[in-house]
Design a protein around this ligand. Structure first.
Ligand SMILES: NC(=O)c1ccc[n+]([C@@H]2O[C@H](COP(=O)([O-])OP(=O)(O)OC[C@H]3O[C@@H](n4cnc5c(N)ncnc54)[C@H](O)[C@@H]3O)[C@@H](O)[C@H]2O)c1
Length: 394
């Protein structure tokens, strides 16, 4: 289907958010704060009620902190409609963004319906973390209007949003998605449709490494997280796994194993914990026991492991080079993503400039042998010392 040439790319007024869970209600709040009329829809009445309550209390906090006025708070809530009818919610939407569970069968059903029920020029976005946008777009008759818009959690605090360009996504659709993200004062970074996109892909080997260390009982999770916290990282890697949810970690490992390398297959400890329904923060127990109300575990910072936390950055650098070589994203977007999506102190390409590439090669190759994982092996451009020259002009 051709895009309507009269359509003004900047003219998004009504946004429909499909799925009112953890991400959906947060994305709806961001859309409200961006000035849009928002319709939040879910199949569960209880989910839309909870979503509205959470948005209300979050906006209240913004009033208390004088970020918005009482009048704006009332106006924003007036701009929010909730529904359990997809037809009602999307019938005059300019921009639909889906945030339902990460199951391709569910996404297929919803995107087929969105294609029928929403106006023919409406943009259809997915907040998927791992599924292919090209695949999702092909469930519709308007693949050029389908795009990935991937927020980190919680969306209201997300500084950066990944925009994923599917094989058939049009340039105009990318521009409209950029407008949507910029309207919320977020920084957009653009990714090719590739497993894990930018940030989850680069995080993946370091998350795998800490899981393998856990399987081998090399250090206690508390002692590694203490090293990270002492280095002023926002969260230690084990707490982060629990925070994301071990079920989500397990599913993304499977997806990366299927689509990138079998090296990413779910690890022993995480698989066991998922089987025992110890999913982390959401169930109160995972790698850690969480305090009531999902409060963060208390980590004793006076017992850090004798471990160089930069090792996690070293494996991320190796993966970032692959992401750049595969033309998934620019160096600039990779560095912005890793510092603002995952709050690393520096981006991988900024860091590598201060490193000895021969030492980095030995470290990565040793790691690859130790854990029998090809994905840790040093990238050719690190090994042959050509990396800095290759990225010099970027
Ligand atoms: N949780 C995270 O940290 C995170 C981060 C980034 C992206 N994501 C992605 O965001 C999406 C949503 O994740 P979540 O954590 O918010 O899930 P969630 O389980 O908290 O919420 C999903 C909601 O979708 C609703 N739903 C299910 N089928 C529906 C349908 N047909 N129509 C309307 N609503 C429907 C459910 O009732 C539920 O309320 C997933 O694709 C996930 O991969 C999650």
């Amino acid at each position: 289907m051709e895009e309507d040439s009269n359509f003004d790319a900047n003219n998004i007024k009504r946004v429909s958010v499909i799925g009112a869970g953890l991400m959906g209600h947060g994305i709806a709040e961001v859309a409200l704060l961006s000035g849009y009329e928002v319709s939040l829809v879910d199949i569960e009445e209880s989910a839309v009620c909870k979503g509205r309550t959470l948005i209300d209390s979050s906006l209240r906090k913004f009033v208390e902190k004088a970020v918005i006025t009482e009048g704006m708070y009332k106006q924003l809530l007036n701009n929010l409609k909730t529904s359990t009818s997809l037809e009602e919610s999307v019938k005059d939407a300019d921009f639909c963004i889906e945030a339902i569970p990460e199951q391709i069968k569910l996404k297929k059903k919803v995107f087929k319906k969105l294609d029928i029920l929403s106006p023919r020029n409406a943009l259809l976005a997915s907040n998927t973390s791992t599924l292919s946008i090209t695949h999702i777009a092909n469930f519709t008759n308007r693949p050029e209007l389908v795009v990935g818009v991937h927020f980190s959690t919680p969306p209201v605090l997300a500084e950066v949003v990944e925009i994923i360009r599917g094989e058939k996504t049009s340039e105009r659709t990318v521009l409209r998605a950029l407008d949507f993200v910029k309207a919320g004062n977020r920084i957009p970074i653009i990714s090719k449709d590739s497993p894990g996109f930018i940030c989850n892909r680069i995080m993946a080997p370091s998350m795998l490494l800490v899981q393998l260390m856990l399987d081998n009982n090399e250090y206690t999770p508390e002692s590694i997280d203490a090293v990270a916290l002492n280095k002023k990282m926002v969260m230690g890697p084990y707490e982060l796994l629990d925070y994301i949810g071990l079920d989500v970690v397990y599913d993304s490992s499977k997806s990366l194993a299927d689509n990138l390398s079998p090296d990413y297959s779910p690890t022993k400890t995480v698989s066991r914990l998922v089987q025992e329904n110890k999913l982390g923060r959401k169930t109160g127990e995972g790698i850690y026991k969480w305090r009531s109300g999902g409060k963060r575990p208390i980590i004793d910072l006076s017992y850090p492991a004798n471990y160089d936390i930069m090792n996690l950055m070293r494996v991320q650098i190796n993966e970032a080079v692959k992401v750049f070589e595969e033309e998934v994203a620019t160096i600039q977007d990779i560095d912005i993503g890793m510092t603002k999506f995952y709050h690393n102190p520096s981006g991988p390409f900024e860091l590598v400039k201060q490193m000895n590439l021969s030492d980095l090669t030995s470290f990565l190759d040793n790691l690859s042998v130790k854990y029998d994982k090809e994905i840790f092996r040093a990238h050719e451009w690190i090994r042959d010392n050509s990396l800095l020259k290759r990225i010099g002009n970027e």
